[in-house]
Design a protein around this ligand. Sequence first.
Ligand code: PAF
Length: 283
Amino acid sequence: VITIQTREELLRLRQEWPRPVGFVPTMGYLHEGHLVLMRRARQESGTAVASIFVNPTQFGPNEDYFTYPRDLERDAWLAESAGIDVLFIPPVDDVYPVGYATRVEVDGPALPWEGERRPGHFRGVATIVLKLFNMVQPDAAYFGEKDYQQLQVIRQMVEDLNVPVHVVGCPTVREADGLAMSSRNSYLTPKERHQAPAIHRALEKAQEMVNDGIVDTWSISRVMYEVLAQAKDMRVDYLTIVDARTLEEMDLVDREARILAAVHLGRTRLIDNFTLLPPQQRS
Ligand code: PAF
């Protein structure tokens, strides 16, 4: 893998990359979820590029920017083993030099849920993703569905700003017990880690209910809360059934829906989501 740190080097080298260029933006501390995106980029591209950049503008003042897990050496090795050709690891002051003054603000899907709880978060995400797209100039970019709202926000931005990048969403990768892979899982104590799969159990329970013909979201949510209550240290931040595209809350699962969940488990905040198809749309 070739590692690039400066924008000048990137500008010089990117002319020579065989197209199409597939791009996987990450904040590092790679896990299997990232590696699936990287292998897919490898398969579908002439050049597979990944970035590692812990983006300060998407963290709130009381969030974990300074303690976010980092391990560049291991990341470079893992990215290479997943077939990445170029790893872009820019320093913070190269991305946001003194005097930096521009931000990308998405409304619509960026407003509810994470948008309400983490003011400025999606502004930071949209800004860095657009900047990375402009720097790397990929043909396609790969994102995990684990951050479902983020994926919808990026799709909205790309559509609204006519960004010539094909956005590819890839299914969430889970541990054997159902916990969605996330770099932040490393914060969990062994006891919390044991409780965490309750989130996935609750989401699966919802699809079971819909399959049994129960489609009112109030009843489904009540049962999901009961499943989550089995994990003693868990506190639900939000648990909602929304339209898969607009992220607006639904009363009945009468079209493709998404359950969005955010919970606090000890000192860690975990998010997950699950697709929910109405009975007639299931094969
Ligand atoms: O999902 C992430 O890791 C980040 O939000 C992203 C898309 C790399 C932007 O910093």
